[in-house]
Design a protein around this ligand. Structure first.
Ligand SMILES: NC(=O)c1ccc[n+]([C@@H]2O[C@H](COP(=O)([O-])OP(=O)(O)OC[C@H]3O[C@@H](n4cnc5c(N)ncnc54)[C@H](O)[C@@H]3O)[C@@H](O)[C@H]2O)c1
Length: 445
């Protein structure tokens, strides 16, 4: 029987994507509004979903000679874009049209065509505390005596939205919070719940949203580098309530390039002595990251990738002395049109030095929006997949993330090509298809 015809028990058990998928977005800023407007533009046939693997990607099934590469969205039961309904929270009262106009990622003409739809999406008041994002001062916020009360108000929001749709997913597209390390309050659900009542400073607003989502069995993706769900209490809740989680930090511009180039140098056993990365950006994200405490969160998230890819302990001659430096500079004239420079000092045969320069003139939110969409669609798929829904962290989604969350004791996989293979093999696996190993010896029998 040909591979594509095989119907396995696993394939039958992934539940279909029936009805509306409700997407609750925390933070209706540049990334979120670019995703929401983009989905609407695609639905109306005004544009193509470029950059979205779920919408444009194919997956090879069986042997190369089978010529069987369906679209991913035809292979796994993903929610159709026409069935997505967005809602969200923000600390500013602007509707999605106003916020998108402020972010100035999409041009006025495109936004004008989508105006009635975007204007109708109005945020709910947020859970916010300036202690965790120093550069913002929001006025449209919920009030409560304790963090527990705030969590309960979010749970009410979720329950009300659930009544209008079939399934719900939540994604954090909010600002980067200050750097926080895991502490006792994060160790267990019990500690966390006590902390909510006691207003423990170790609980950031993003964690109150995540808690509310997971309590309600709603999958949660973290697009920022905040600690948020990367703590034992959230992993435990995620497993208990069959609410898949993933994070952290959308892998968009510079880190995306890093996780392409670094594996190439390593594959060829070329040494790297230094890697200097600098950026200018002028959007609100850039303004928030201008605060040292938020920058530290981002820096940690960006720094990890090279260390893990190069494995200096295995290749001391090549990578032990690597000097890695990252700078993010807030420069308002550029808005969302970030520019990134990388100077890479490499060395080859007999230690002779060479340099690689990368100058990426990217649009941050144009790169991030399809990632946010894919994460939402794949988390919804995970929730409907018996083999994935109760495992907690969805490591197969590392492909999209700068600082992938993994099971305790496991180092994260940063190499984009390994991540891509892992993602596609997970899809083959849940649909009961053979995994592709790229061995290919059978062609030469
Ligand atoms: N733009 C990218 O390419 C990119 C890439 C990787 C990660 N990220 C991360 O994604 C997040 C969003 O980026 P952006 O460019 O859209 O930023 P943005 O500043 O345009 O949007 C963030 C929004 O979140 C809101 N917000 C902040 N705290 C909130 C809270 N507690 N509750 C509800 N809303 C809250 C802000 O008011 C703002 O509207 C940031 O953390 C950023 O670091 C962005």
């Amino acid at each position: 029987m040909a591979t594509e015809e095989r119907s396995s028990p696993a394939a039958e058990s992934v539940a279909p994507a029936r009805g509306k998928l409700g997407v609750m977005v925390v933070g209706l800023g540049a990334v979120a509004t670019t995703m929401i407007a983009g989905v609407e533009a695609v639905r109306r046939g005004l544009a193509k979903p470029i950059g979205s693997l779920t919408q444009m990607g194919t997956i090879r099934l069986g042997k190369r000679t089978d010529n069987n590469s369906p679209l991913i969205r035809d292979f796994v039961p993903l929610a159709d874009l026409k069935d997505i309904v967005f809602t969200g929270w923000d600390i500013f009262e602007d509707n999605v049209y106003e916020s998108a106009a402020h972010a100035a990622v999409l041009d006025k003409e495109t936004l004008g065509k989508l105006k009635p739809h975007l204007e109708a999406i109005k945020p709910m008041p947020a859970v916010f505390d300036q202690f965790y994002v120093k550069r913002l001062n929001g006025t449209y916020v919920k009030k409560g005596k304790s963090k527990r009360e705030l969590a309960d108000q979010l749970i009410e929001d979720i329950r009300a939205f659930k009544k209008t749709v079939e399934r719900v997913v939540m994604i954090w597209c909010g600002s980067t919070e200050i750097f926080m390390e895991p502490s006792a309050v994060h160790k267990s659900v019990e500690n966390f719940e006590k902390g909510l009542l006691a207003n423990d400073a170790g609980i950031a607003p993003s964690q109150i949203y995540a808690y509310a989502a997971l309590k309600e069995g709603v999958p949660f993706a973290n697009g920022a580098p905040n600690l948020t769900v990367d703590i034992p209490a959230m992993v435990c809740l995620s497993k208990k309530n069959a609410a898949p989680i993933c994070g952290k930090d959308f892998k968009t511009g510079q880190t995306f390039m890093k996780t392409v180039l670094a594996p190439a140098f390593k594959a060829r056993m070329l040494g790297v002595q230094g890697w200097f990365s600098t950026n200018i950006l002028g959007n609100r994200d850039g303004e928030v990251l201008d605060d040292p405490e938020s920058f530290k969160t981002k820096e940690e998230s960006k720094l990890g990738s090279l260390e893990y890819i190069f494995q200096p302990e295995l290749y001391p001659d090549l990578y032990k002395k690597l000097y890695h430096k990252i700078r993010i500079n807030y420069y308002p004239p550029r808005g969302d049109e970030k520019e990134a420079w990388d100077n890479i000092d490499i060395f080859g045969w007999l230690g002779y030095p060479m340099q690689v320069k990368v100058n990426f003139l990217c649009r941050d939110s144009i790169l991030a929006a399809p990632i946010a969409l894919d994460l939402v669609l794949f988390l919804d798929l995970a929730k409907r997949t018996p083999g994935l829904r109760s495992i907690g962290i969805q490591e197969w989604l590392s492909f999209y993330l700068k600082s992938p969350q993994t099971a305790e004791g496991l180092y994260p996989e940063h190499d984009l090509f390994i991540q891509s293979m892992k993602l596609k093999n997970t899809l083959r696996h849940i649909m009961g298809h053979d995994l592709i190993t790229h061995l290919g010896l059978d062609y030469y029998d």
